[in-house]
Design a protein around this ligand. Structure first.
Ligand SMILES: CC(=O)N[C@H]1[C@@H](OP(=O)(O)OP(=O)(O)OC[C@H]2O[C@@H](n3ccc(=O)[nH]c3=O)[C@H](O)[C@@H]2O)O[C@H](CO)[C@@H](O)[C@@H]1O[C@H](C)C(=O)N[C@@H](C)C(=O)N[C@H](CCC(=O)O)C(=O)O
Ligand SMILES: Nc1ncnc2c1ncn2[C@@H]1O[C@H](COP(=O)(O)OP(=O)(O)OP(=O)(O)O)[C@@H](O)[C@H]1O
Ligand SMILES: N[C@H](CCC[C@H](N)C(=O)O)C(=O)O
Ligand SMILES: [Mg+2]
Length: 486
């Protein structure tokens, strides 16, 4: 595509005298190829403007910048390169999201789970699907690794274009609050936006809950509505933040809930050892549902997926058939079963609210002791640490505090932050995560439950800047075989 054709998408930008062919657009100078447009982004740790000269030397045909620079290639100056990047990526990849039915899911907990359920619903309805989120991206059956829950604008638009060229018609994605603030999803034409819930996390980044809520709300304020293509906001009626998002959107609002009246609601919940049953009330009446998923929080995720599937035009009968089949998501309430006489559950709970939900669910069927192995990530919200420790002590008989991904922080300092929330309570501290898992498995007896929280599907542990192989499920499996002779 010619540079001038691309720049037409930014009406206030002065055309350059040269008009080179642009072969790709990149914001990382290490990815520059011959003919690239290099976009300089001021980030949290680096300033892309510093790499503009190197990008030009490596073959970039043009530079998009927030300041004038004397370089041998055309330099296009704009006020906000992040904003321009979203517009240009959408243009370069020929507006892929306008050709997809796109559902964006935001909220503190439940995004990955809800995207998985909805993806299954679309597949059951005969659609070819795309999925973008924490675990990976998928185009049909092809799996692509990701660094972020919501990738940056260029990766996103490139992925959507890949989806379109491979015949995908329905795409579901997780939209993180970081992505919303950083404009990673500007340029995405969402048809449905879903809100799961809001509770404390990421205060290292957003600083206050008000700012965190405002960030989540951007998905709904930006959800335009036109007569020709109606947009839907699917909102959790039980979450106090839901009302604000309803007030701020111009889309059609559809609600779901358990404790408050809603368009899609659940009553008569029964939580068992192998699943959850409830009565669904929907615009089509009442239906009995039997899920293989565990707990009240799973009912919320299921209701969100049911409502989003319904407003997307999938028949309710197809939706119900799907949700009853869903087995679960990797690393979410995942059972490690080597035939031992106690339960081991690996779960991705890494916030106070998610930990409480999971431990409450376990409490519904726990027999004797509940071991909760809990740690908190380094270089992330410190204020959630004492709260998570308190939740572990409130709901588990045997809380064991350990390391999650300490990243660049001292693991003992993180544990110390956790301990501030549980003065005078009974717990163990075992900083080495493998030793903590082994200790719980050695101590567990028939009927007990061992919850290993925080890392779920992750197959690594980040200590300092090193990413080491580590999989809670594998460690647990080995420990069961070694110490319980299964
Ligand atoms: C704090 C944060 O959100 N950072 C994100 C941000 O990176 P950044 O602003 O630090 O970028 P930077 O490293 O300063 O670089 C600035 C620019 O210089 C360029 N550069 C940089 C170095 C170089 O040698 N050459 C070069 O060209 C970079 O490509 C970039 O364009 O923009 C990047 C691209 O979008 C993200 O990958 C990165 O996520 C980091 C890795 C991260 O850990 N983010 C977490 C907190 C996050 O976003 N999490 C949410 C999920 C949260 C949840 O809901 O649980 C997520 O969506 O993943
Ligand atoms: N609706 C929910 N409400 C509260 N907790 C939940 C809910 N759904 C899942 N959880 C808990 O949160 C954990 C993470 O779930 P999931 O991965 O679906 O959330 P997420 O929003 O994608 O998280 P992340 O922000 O890390 O991407 C689960 O392992 C479970 O413990
Ligand atoms: N998306 C979350 C994942 C946290 C997972 C947990 N294992 C940790 O490392 O804190 C985050 O980046 O905050
Ligand atoms: Mg997720």
């Amino acid at each position: 595509m010619k540079l001038h054709t691309l720049l037409n998408a930014l009406p206030l930008v002065k055309p350059t005298s040269e008009n080179p062919e642009i072969t790709c657009i990149v914001n990382d100078h290490r990815k520059v190829e011959q003919g690239a447009l290099f976009i300089c982004i001021k980030g949290h740790t680096a300033d892309g403007h510093q790499f503009a000269k190197e990008a030009a030397e490596q073959g970039a045909s043009a530079i998009l910048s927030e300041k004038h620079m004397d370089l041998p290639v055309p330099v296009v100056v704009v006020r906000d390169t992040k904003y321009a990047m979203a517009v240009l990526a959408d243009t370069f990849y020929q507006h892929p999201t306008s050709q997809l039915h796109l559902v964006g899911i935001t909220g503190t907990n439940g995004k990955t789970t809800t995207t998985f359920i909805l993806d299954e619903i679309f597949k059951e309805a005969g659609q070819k699907t795309g999925l973008i989120g924490t675990i990976s991206m998928k185009i049909g059956d092809r799996v692509i690794e990701t660094k972020n829950t919501t990738p940056d604008t260029i990766v996103l638009q490139e992925t959507f274009a890949d989806m379109v060229s491979h015949g995908v018609n329905a795409a579901v994605m997780e939209v993180s609050s970081h992505a919303l603030v950083q404009g990673r999803v500007n340029g995405c034409d969402f048809d449905v936006a879903v809100f799961t819930n809001l509770s404390q996390d990421h205060l290292d980044y957003h600083e206050t809950m008000e700012e965190y809520q405002r960030a989540k709300g951007l998905l709904f304020t930006k959800l335009g509505n036109t007569y020709a293509t109606p947009k839907f906001a699917v909102i959790n009626a039980d979450d106090p933040a839901g009302g604000q998002f309803i007030a701020d959107t111009s889309a059609h609002v559809v609600t779901y809930g358990i404790d408050h009246p809603a368009d899609f609601s659940a009553e008569h919940l029964k939580i068992g050892r192998t699943g959850t049953t409830f009565t669904l009330s929907s615009p089509e009446g009442k239906t009995e549902i039997a899920l293989k998923l565990m707990g009240k929080f799973s009912v919320y995720n299921t209701l969100a997926a049911i409502a989003a599937g319904y407003v997307s035009g999938v028949p309710l009968e197809t939706i119900i058939r799907t949700v009853e089949k869903v087995h679960g998501v990797p690393g979410r309430f995942e059972s490690v079963d080597e035939g031992q006489d106690f339960s081991v559950i690996v779960d991705y709970a890494h916030t106070p609210d998610s930990l409480e939900n999971v431990l409450k669910t376990i409490g519904e069927f726990a027999g004797k002791r509940v071991f909760a192995i809990v740690g908190c990530g380094g270089d992330r919200d410190r204020t959630k640490r004492p709260l998570m420790a308190k939740v572990a002590c409130d709901y588990a008989t045997d809380p064991i505090f350990t390391s999650d991904n300490p990243r660049t922080e001292d693991p003992l300092a993180i544990l110390n932050d956790m301990e501030q929330g549980v003065k005078g309570r009974t717990y163990q501290v075992i900083p080495d995560r493998k030793k903590a898992i082994v200790a719980a498995i050695q101590a567990a007896h028939a009927g007990d439950i061992v919850l290993i929280a925080g890392k779920g599907h992750e197959t690594y542990q980040i200590i300092g800047n090193q990413v080491l192989d580590f999989d809670d499920r594998q460690i647990a499996r080995n420990a069961i075989k070694e110490y319980k002779k299964c």
